[in-house]
Design a protein around this ligand. Structure first.
Ligand code: NAP
Length: 257
């Protein structure tokens, strides 16, 4: 049993859908005060209002994580609304597909700016407040794609997700001086709205390549984030945890036969 996160102030970037929403709900169900952010105001307000209707303490805020000034304002608003910041979940990310030969500078910049630079900007803006909180947890949502595996069309995405881990290892040393930890969850294939829309046949073919024979749930990622944010994980920093049902393990299709 982990110590309760009741009353902790949490920011989940990209908390309006998919994995981020799952993480936000996970923290809110533990009694934490949770701010969720995204770029689309309508979506931010609708999701935050739906969660409040369920009795969860959730605030919706609009910000593009790739824009320094918007990130600064986002963190200030969280601190104002929730009386500080204890936990940052830097989760916002994009994954548009582009084959390497056709990949444009704009394709590359969008993915690296959102996923890698966005992580840097959010951690940097949160740092003084995490230090003040005397708790201080950062949880990154990376991926198996890039750090461990590859997938055609995602060279830029893989680079951005590996960049998060390179950033994390040095940040971990610098943040440790203030007792702040930073760790990363590496999801495999998680059943989000986007994947649900691709149909059951597609989902079944993906599940067949996973030793545990099913796609992950957003709750599986939320549970890992909750652990890294817990008091009990306070001696763990600069580490990554793969949550993928064993997806990276088979050497060949023969291994799954
Ligand atoms: P999703 O459902 O598309 O949600 C992405 C979230 O990020 C939304 O809230 C979106 O809101 C926000 N967002 C995107 N760009 C942003 C920006 N520039 N500034 C602020 N917010 C932004 O995606 P997901 O599948 O849950 O993925 C979430 C994270 O998990 C990503 O980092 C992704 O790389 C990682 N991941 C996902 C999987 C998977 O199977 N789904 C696997 C491995 C890793 P707006 O559009 O309103 O901005």
């Amino acid at each position: 049993m982990l110590t309760s996160l009741q009353g902790k102030s949490v920011l989940v970037t990209g908390g309006t859908s998919g994995i981020g929403l799952g993480i936000a709900v996970g923290f809110a169900r533990q009694g934490a005060k949770v701010a969720i952010s995204g770029r689309q105001r309508d979506k931010v307000e609708a999701v935050a209002s739906r969660l409040r209707d369920q009795g969860l303490a959730v605030t919706g805020l609009v910000a593009d994580v790739a824009q320094r000034e918007q990130v600064r304002q986002l963190v200030e608003q969280v601190v104002q609304a929730q009386g500080g910041l204890d936990v940052l979940c830097a989760n916002a990310g994009v994954f548009p597909s582009a084959p390497l030969e056709q990949m444009t500078d704009a394709d590359w910049d969008l993915v690296l700016d959102t996923n890698a630079k966005g992580t840097f900007l959010c951690v940097q803006a949160a740092l003084p407040h995490l230090r003040r909180a005397a708790y201080g947890r950062v949880v990154l949502t990376s991926s198996i794609t890039g750090p461990v595996t590859g997938f055609p069309g995602w060279a830029h995405y893989g680079a951005s997700k590996a960049a998060q881990l390179g950033f994390m290892r040095t940040a971990a040393i610098e943040l440790a001086r203030d007792g702040i930890t930073i760790n990363a969850v590496l999801p495999g294939n998680i059943l989000t709205e986007g994947l649900q829309g691709m149909g059951e046949a597609y989902q079944a073919s993906m599940a067949a390549s996973i030793p545990l024979k099913c796609l992950g749930k957003v709750e599986d990622i939320a549970n890992a984030a909750l652990f890294f944010a817990s008091k009990e994980a306070g001696y763990i920093t600069g580490q990554s945890l793969i949550v993928d049902g064993g997806q990276i393990l088979p050497e060949s299709l023969q291994a799954l036969a």
